[in-house]
Unconditional design. Structure first.
Length: 291
């Protein structure tokens, strides 16, 4: 098979693990490798970005992109997993917050905040996954971590059902945001539905149904070029001489480069050639070549 390099925006259906979605693509493109840029729980749906071939070297850049979610929470209850797939316990006569109280609680969670991850998560504790420890009945106490929440908008509220749209950075657990919002009001919440509607420029509107992928050609037809994984980063266009220099791993001089420590180098057709790091005021060396 021809070597492939690109990015597939997959619309993950409910009930499918991210690993299973990746396997669907992986079987079609062998021997090309593939990896996904951010797990979605089986309960969740929406954008699952899969990087293929050399584009797998850009997974971390996609992971760092801002994300948008639409989530539904049920107030008045708690769960060991913080969603409806765990053991749900209904609270006895909890206070019913008003819409105004919900809005204020949501606003208080916007910004640079510390979040305690859920016990049922893929984070590691002394080399073991937290969810494995939790499933074995062991106590899991994960330390709060810094996250960025850019916005929380209430889409609908009819107690006990709360629907919100969340814009956030990487590492954010949406179900834990619902937990913290409810707890600040003396209540509880479990997540009942979640859809990731965007990761950076990759939107649900542009995502493809995995059921439509039946061959490598289907994957190729729906792939975005690797450069989309670094959308928004400063770029320069290089000529043939500079291209040859970078291919040998040597540095180039660019006096017109943006004032950043890492930039994207494109050829004259707009194709991603290299990621460059600054080693001097006007000197740039390739950290990753893609040509």
């Amino acid at each position: 098979m021809t070597s492939l390099s690109g990015i597939l925006n997959l619309a993950k259906p409910p009930g499918m693990t991210s690993r299973r979605a990746l396997d669907v693509v992986g079987r079609l493109i062998r021997p090309n490798r593939a990896g996904h840029a951010g797990t979605l729980d089986p309960l969740a749906t929406g954008v699952l970005v899969i990087c293929i071939g050399q584009a797998t070297r850009l997974i971390e850049y996609v992971q760092q992109m801002p994300k948008t979610y639409e989530a539904t929470f049920l107030l008045g209850r708690t769960s060991d997993t913080e969603d409806v797939e765990g053991t749900v316990v209904e609270l006895i006569d909890p206070p019913v917050p008003t819409r105004e109280q919900i809005d204020r609680a949501a606003a208080a969670l916007v910004g640079d905040i510390m979040q305690r991850p859920p016990a049922f998560s893929a984070l590691k504790v002394q080399g073991r996954r937290a969810y494995d420890l939790a499933r074995a009945g062991e106590q899991v106490d994960l330390a709060p971590r810094p996250i960025q929440v850019y916005g929380i908008d209430v889409l609908a509220y009819d107690y006990p059902t709360l629907q919100v749209r969340i814009d956030c950075g990487s590492g954010t657990y949406v179900r834990s945001l619902g937990r913290d919002l409810a707890e600040s009001l003396g209540n509880g919440a479990v997540m009942s539905a979640l859809s990731r509607t965007a990761i950076g420029p990759f939107t649900l509107a542009d995502a493809c149904d995995p059921d439509t992928l039946r061959s490598a050609d289907d994957v190729t037809d729906r792939m975005f070029p690797p450069v989309k994984a670094v959308a928004g980063k400063p770029t320069i266009t290089i000529d043939e001489t500079e291209l040859r220099t970078l291919r040998f791993g040597q540095a180039i001089v660019r006096r017109d480069a943006p004032p950043d420590d890492e930039i994207v180098a494109l050829d004259t057709t707009g194709k991603l050639v290299s990621l460059l790091k600054r080693i001097g005021p006007e000197l740039w060396t390739p950290s990753r070549n893609f040509d």
